[in-house]
Design a binder for this molecule. Structure first.
Ligand code: UDP
Length: 236
């Protein structure tokens, strides 16, 4: 497969068109950003770690019936994906209270959430990704009702699969964000799944092993991602 032109460059990944109009090559860069792009740093190995982490998770999800855009690893920093028409909505599932939920609702961090809760955010950096609801999605036509139902179903199916996967590695899946797109009429999981887009705590010590290490200047960011990868069997 041949890489053609740069299609889009986001905060951490660059997307390239290919000689197949239904496929893109995504390059995972070492750039790390937080607070809607206000804090940007380069972290060595991060692109490679997230590319391989994402490949592993997407393959596991696909095996369990969650359609994903991932096709194959191409190199340390690049993979081939189906080209989706992205839906500008972030689906966030929370199993344990953390982050913006605590700030918004005054809930103490670490409180177990039963049942797990789901929130939608509009993907819009200029507006700082505001929280939205299903009525907004319908009114503004970001997705159809059937698509919203499918995104909810797949987001919770992923929760079931991933909670178990991480727990086997003595890691709590606190929360995570998924993005979906359309591929020939089907709703498919897009974007990436890596410690950049979820919260992972060591089950015994509750130590943070995700992007909060970067957001909160806790240090050893990529070392923590690699430790998660080692426990899952992705890295040696
Ligand atoms: N998240 C993300 N991208 C975003 C916003 C959130 O990947 O633009 C992830 C974040 O890493 C966490 C979950 O979604 O795992 C919930 O984030 P939250 O709403 O608590 O926001 P934050 O505290 O990160 O601002």
């Amino acid at each position: 497969m041949q890489k053609l032109a740069e299609l889009y460059s986001g905060k951490a990944k660059t997307v390239y068109t290919t000689d197949d109009q239904d496929r893109v090559i995504i390059h995972f860069r070492d750039d790390t950003s937080a607070f809607d792009g206000q804090k940007i740093v380069q972290l060595p190995r991060k692109g490679m770690v997230n590319n391989k982490f994402n490949a592993f998770i997407m393959q596991r999800l696909a095996e369990e019936g969650v359609p994903t855009h991932f096709e194959r690893l191409l190199s340390d920093n690049e993979s081939v994906f189906k080209k989706l028409q992205m839906i500008p909505v972030e689906c966030v599932v929370r199993n344990i209270a953390a982050g913006s939920l605590c700030r918004r609702l005054g809930i103490e961090e670490g409180r177990p959430l039963n049942p797990a809760t789901l929130e939608f955010f509009l993907k819009n950096d200029a507006l700082r990704d505001p929280m939205i609801n299903e009525y907004h999605i319908r009114t503004f036509g970001w997705a159809s009702d059937a698509e919203v139902e499918r995104m909810k179903e797949l987001t919770f199916r992923a929760n079931h699969i991933l909670q178990a996967l991480f727990l086997e590695a003595d890691i709590l899946l606190v929360d995570y964000k998924l993005e979906f797109g359309r591929f020939h009429g089907e709703i498919v999981l897009g974007d990436e799944f890596s410690p950049d887009g979820c919260r992972l705590w060591d089950a015994a010590t509750r130590q943070k092993m995700d992007k909060d290490r970067f957001r909160q200047d806790l240090g050893n960011v990529i070392e923590a991602y690699e430790e998660v990868g080692r426990r899952l069997g992705i890295f040696l």
